[in-house]
Design a binder for this molecule. Sequence first.
Ligand code: CMP
Length: 138
Amino acid sequence: MTNRTFTMIKPDAVEDGHIGAILNDINAAGFRIVAMKYTKLSAEQAGKFYEVHQERPFYGELVSFMSSGPIVAAILEKDHAVEDFRKLIGATNPANAEDGTIRKKFARSIGENAVHGSDSNENAAIEGSFFFSALEQF
Ligand code: CMP
């Protein structure tokens, strides 16, 4: 079934010059770009985006990192998009990610892990609409 997922190329991967290589991996894996923007989150916006994690010990660090520099936000479409994108990016901790995955190749650490990928169709829709209006999705 064709569905959508949401991703961000995080500040570490942007700073390290990996935008092009990551987009190339995303294209090569068969995802269609539905929406995309280069932007920077305020601490308040990053806090809101990650509010499901607000009780976690790493929440402050996560919000500070995600608002530390520009990101690329995108909505992607493919059959089984959520599941297949999580396979493409690999485990949250790059030390545990399989060879060839985006996090294995480009992430710095569990906190600075290069990319975000939605964990469900429901969250993909919520996260996509955080960044994009209906008029910005094609
Ligand atoms: P992401 O998939 O964007 O969703 C939540 C993020 O929290 C996750 O990627 C990591 O970047 C971050 N995260 C998860 N676990 C830890 C941790 N133990 N320490 C720091 N950051 C973490």
